[in-house]
Design a protein around this ligand. Structure first.
Ligand code: K1U
Ligand code: ZN
Length: 170
């Protein structure tokens, strides 16, 4: 497994629409495992392939706490089949928008269909934090960042801060 560099906004590769995979083969499985290693090292609770510069519809999530056994979810070509009318607000973060957090409103529950690491078609109903994180990661596959859900003013402030930090090499 390999730890991959994580792209930081406003990198244009974060705005690209990812392509579906034909099947989950050894190369996609390796990407999923490298993404998990990268996510655990960051540390984070989710990661989407565009964040490591790969424009493929692949994401990983692990919501297990430090004192719990690892519980990785590996998804390719995820699709939302159903979303609840009920909404949930959550203060989101993003490894590609470091040190910035903001409340985002999303459906509280979603049913998601995806290919797992063995190329098996699966469906899950996600609620609570899993619903938030899976929607955040699926946004990455469409070139959308959590800051795109904020006002133009707030997004501009965050992007300017990140631009300044990049110039001074923070
Ligand atoms: O960049 C990413 O997409 C990962 C992101 C996932 C996420 C977090 C919160 C709400 C929505 C999506 C992160 O993992 S940010 C880091 C983080 O939340 C965290 C890190 C260590 C322990 C617990 C949480
Ligand atoms: Zn993110």
């Amino acid at each position: 497994m390999a730890k991959l560099p994580i792209l930081i906004a406003p990198d244009p590769r974060l705005k690209v629409k990812a392509q579906p995979v034909d099947k989950v083969d050894d190369a996609v499985r390796r990407l999923m495992d490298d993404m998990l290693e990268t996510m655990y090292a960051a540390p984070g609770i989710g990661l989407a392939a565009p964040q490591v510069g790969v424009a493929k519809q692949v994401l990983v999530i692990d919501l297990a706490r430090d004192d719990e056994p690892k519980a990785p979810l590996r998804m390719a070509n995820p699709e939302i089949l159903w979303a609840s009318d009920e909404k949930r607000n959550y203060e989101e973060g993003c490894l590609s928008v470091p040190e910035n957090y903001a409340e985002v409103t999303r459906p509280a529950r979603v049913r998601v269909r995806y290919l797992d690491h063995q190329n098996e078609l699966r469906e899950i109903e996600a609620d609570d934090l899993l619903a938030t994180v899976v929607q955040h990661e699926m946004d990455h596959l469409s070139g959308v960042l959590f800051i795109d859900h904020l006002s133009t003013l707030k997004r501009g402030m965050i992007l300017r801060k990140l631009g300044k930090a990049r110039k001074v090499g923070v």
